[in-house]
Design a protein around this ligand. Structure first.
Ligand code: HEC
Length: 236
C-alpha cells in the first residue's frame, strides 16, 4: 500500500511540474502546430455596427479552454452583408477559430460560430458561418432574456410584474416603458443606467423590486453587457 501511495504521489508531482509549462500541454492536446496557418471566414453578417465602443465583432483564434483571443481581426461596419475575410494565425496552440464578440481585454463575450483546428485543410481553416445576426440587443435576448428570464417573464397571460422578455416582445416592454408601479420609474432609460429599473434589478438592488434577482445572471461580463447596452443608447 505504502509504495503505491508513493507512486501516485510521484505521478502527481510530475503532473504538477508539467502543468507549469502550458505550452507543451497545449501542443500535445491539439497535435497541430497552428502558427503560419490562415483562417478564412465566409458569412452573411448583420448588426456589426450595433455594438458599443467597448466591444468588437471579430474573427478570432482561441487556445483550448481560454476565453481570451490569441489573435483577432475586427469586422467593421462595411462588413455588414457578405463578409469574406482572413486571419493569420500567429500562435501554435490555437484550438478554435470563432466569429464572436470580444471586449477590450479580448475576452470572449459571445460566440456565434466556431470551427475546431482539427478541420484544417492544408494551411487553411474555413469557417462558414452562414447568415448571422450579431446585433447587441439580439445577443442579450439570446444570452439572457430567452434563457434566464422568460420562464417568469414569458408570453402567457401573467408574466411577472406584467413584463414580458420573450423574443420579439422584450424591446418594446423595456425601452422607455413605465414600470409596473409608478414609484419604480422607467424600465430602461436609454443612455442612463442609474435611472433604469432593469439595471437596478439585475444588480440585485433590494429597493428595486420585492423579488431577489441577484445571482440570476452569473457572469459579470453579461451584467456589464446589459449596462453598456443601456448606456450606449439601448438600440435595437
Ligand atoms: C423565478 C421568476 C423570475 C425570473 C426567472 C426573473 N424574474 Fe424578474 N421578476 C419576478 C417577479 C416575481 C417580479 C415582481 C416583483 C415585484 O413586483 O416586486 C419581477 C420583476 C422584474 C422587473 C421589474 C418590472 C416592473 O415593471 O416592475 C424587472 C425589470 C425584471 N423582473 C427583470 C428580470 C430579468 C432581466 C430577468 C432575467 C435575468 C428576470 N427578471 C428573471 C420574477 C422573476
Amino acid at each position: 500500500m505504502k509504495s503505491r501511495c508513493l507512486i501516485f504521489a510521484a505521478i502527481f508531482a510530475m503532473l504538477g511540474l508539467v502543468g507549469c509549462d502550458e505550452g507543451d500541454i497545449q501542443e500535445a492536446a491539439t497535435e497541430t502546430k497552428t502558427s503560419g496557418k490562415v483562417a478564412r471566414l465566409t458569412a452573411a453578417v448583420s448588426g456589426i455596427d450595433s455594438w458599443s465602443s467597448q466591444y468588437s465583432v471579430v474573427l478570432a483564434a482561441f487556445a483550448e479552454g481560454s476565453d481570451y483571443a490569441v489573435v483577432q481581426k475586427r469586422l467593421t461596419e462595411g462588413d455588414n452583408g457578405n463578409v469574406e475575410t482572413t486571419l493569420n494565425i500567429t500562435s501554435d496552440d490555437v484550438a478554435t477559430i470563432e466569429l464572436c464578440v470580444t471586449n477590450r481585454l479580448r475576452q470572449r463575450i459571445v460566440s456565434f460560430a466556431s470551427v475546431p483546428v482539427s478541420q484544417l485543410q492544408g494551411d487553411s481553416l474555413h469557417l462558414a458561418a452562414g447568415r448571422v445576426d450579431v446585433s447587441m440587443f439580439q445577443t442579450i435576448q439570446d444570452m439572457v432574456f430567452t434563457t434566464t428570464c422568460a420562464r417568469c417573464h414569458g408570453l402567457g397571460n401573467a408574466p411577472a410584474a406584467g413584463l414580458t422578455l420573450a423574443q420579439g416582445q422584450s424591446y418594446a416592454a423595456l425601452v422607455n416603458h413605465e414600470a409596473s408601479k409608478q414609484e419604480r420609474g422607467v424600465r430602461v432609460v436609454p443612455g442612463d443606467t442609474e435611472a433604469s429599473l432593469l439595471h437596478k434589478v439585475i444588480h440585485g438592488d433590494p429597493a428595486a423590486v420585492s423579488f431577489d434577482h441577484s445571482n440570476m445572471i452569473k457572469e459579470p461580463t453579461t451584467i456589464a453587457l446589459i449596462d453598456n447596452w443601456i448606456n450606449a443608447g439601448a438600440n435595437k
